[in-house]
Design a protein around this ligand. Structure first.
Ligand code: AMP
Ligand code: GLY
Length: 429
């Protein structure tokens, strides 16, 4: 079967690697892809925003499944256009992608169906939002309603900061939020993510993960798309997983089906593990990046079969086959990321990292110039290591990082610190 994968990040290279293991795969096309996906499939210059062009390409190339990595094409309704022309696709339709595309929609669904989440109010009027912030006081969380590439959330420590956030959002500072904000209580606890595959009816638990959003060691500095991740997240115990399925995932899927927009694809629940149990911070409707680079190497199942089954509404009723090992991913970013990254620099010796037993390097913002590998984006490479413990995976991943010669890049040196500290505490007791 021919497969078209949409996207160009580390997540998509990790998905491509997993799909390539399937005996059912004939040709993998990746649009637009990167230097890493070009080693697994064929990169094609297709614009995912041009739905008509994507549909035509699928028909011309006899594509048996389209897999959509990032959120923008899902929220824009690419799935609907493909399905209308009979092209099978793994990912939610536009109406179901509102779980990520509109924070207000997701919060209203939680409220109506008793899904545990922070108490909130929605505002489409700036003055009313400012009055609410002043009445509630800080800390308080201000969120732009629409997609904002991870920049639409301000956890404000003071009323003044919250006011600035409200004014910025109504001023359009965070992209197309349609002038609506959600203001919610701050939740305290440890953050973790949980991923499930969905077929419109039921959910198959996939894996837990934790990522590191801040650019600097010790979780300092500005937010990024993610500087590293590991899976599983030891904080997500089997009891917490069962609670997340029962209280968050299952009611959400039932609500979506009940309102005529069944959810198919990956549902990514961002969680706060509070003293009062797990609460939903937000939903995403796709794999995380870099969480996918950590989770997918643990998969001992046929990803293509699972995605086809999900697309057809027929996921198997069995647990997913997943390695119990820990996978830990360190992101290498171009200097100055998350600001305007320094691009065009040469990266050498990636093969020395990949040659290490248990190490996998996935590409994000890379391209080839002849034989040379060149950085072409903010997040550029991901070094993932699989091992029997978090601390071993951490050591191995950094051995991989140190084998790569790239003066134009940097990484955090402490990915996995929380889980490694937990592991050390258990070992000492
Ligand atoms: P997002 O950019 O939407 O992935 O979320 C940004 C981050 O904001 C989350 O990962 C949390 O760290 C934080 N956050 C969002 N909502 C809350 C909340 N209600 N309480 C505490 N932190 C939050
Ligand atoms: N790493 C967080 C995300 O993919 O949204």
């Amino acid at each position: 079967m021919n497969v078209l994968l949409i996207g160009s990040g580390g997540r998509e290279h990790a998905i491509a690697n997993a799909l390539a293991k399937s005996p059912r795969l004939a040709q993998l096309y990746v649009a637009p892809g990167n230097a890493g996906t070009a080693e697994v499939g064929q990169n094609v210059a297709l614009d995912a925003a041009d739905h008509g062009a994507v549909v035509d390409y699928c028909i011309r190339r006899d594509i048996g499944l389209v897999v959509i990595g990032p959120e923008q094409p899902l929220v824009a309704g690419l799935v609907d256009c493909l399905e209308a022309r009979g092209v099978p696709v793994f990912g939610p339709a536009k109406a179901a992608a509102r779980l990520e595309g509109s924070k207000g929609f997701a919060k209203d669904l939680c409220r109506a169906h008793g899904v545990p989440t922070a108490a909130y109010e929605r505002f489409d009027d700036e003055d009313a939002a400012l009055r609410h912030v002043r009445a509630k006081g800080a800390p308080i969380v201000v969120k732009a309603d629409g997609l904002a590439s991870g920049k639409g959330v301000v956890v404000a420590a003071s009323v003044a900061e919250a006011e600035r956030a409200v004014k910025g959002m109504f001023g359009g500072a965070f992209g197309k939020s349609r002038g609506e904000v959600v203001i919610e209580d701050m939740l305290a606890g440890e953050e973790a993510s949980f991923f499930v595959l969905c077929d419109g009816r039921r959910a198959m638990p996939f894996a837990s993960a934790q990522d590191h959003k801040r650019v600097g060691d010790g979780d300092t500095g500005p937010n990024t798309g993610g500087m590293g991740a590991y899976s599983p997240a030891p904080a997500v115990t089997p009891e917490i997983e069962a609670q997340v399925m029962r209280q968050i995932v299952e009611p959400t899927l039932a609500a979506m089906r009940g309102s005529g927009c069944p959810f198919k694809g990956v549902l990514f629940a961002g969680l706060m593990l509070t003293s009062d149990g797990p609460k939903l911070i937000e939903f995403n409707v796709r794999f995380g990046d870099p969480e996918a680079q950590a989770m997918l190497p643990r998969l001992e199942d046929d990803l293509l079969e699972l995605m086809l089954a999900a697309a057809a509404g027929a996921l198997p009723e069995r647990p997913i086959r997943l390695s119990p090992q820990t996978a830990l991913t360190v992101v290498l970013a171009a200097q100055n990321y998350p600001g305007a990254p320094l691009t065009g620099t040469e990266i050498r010796h990636v093969e020395r990292a990949s040659a290490l037993q248990g190490v996998i390097v996935t590409h994000a913002g890379t391209r080839r110039e002849g034989a040379r590998l060149i950085a072409s984006g903010g997040r550029v490479l991901n070094v993932t290591a699989l091992a029997d413990s978090v601390s071993e995976a951490q050591r191995l991943a950094y051995r991989g990082v140190d084998a790569i010669d790239w003066p134009g890049g940097f990484c955090r040196r402490d990915i996995g610190w929380r889980a490694a500290a937990r592991e050390a505490k258990v070992a000492a007791s």
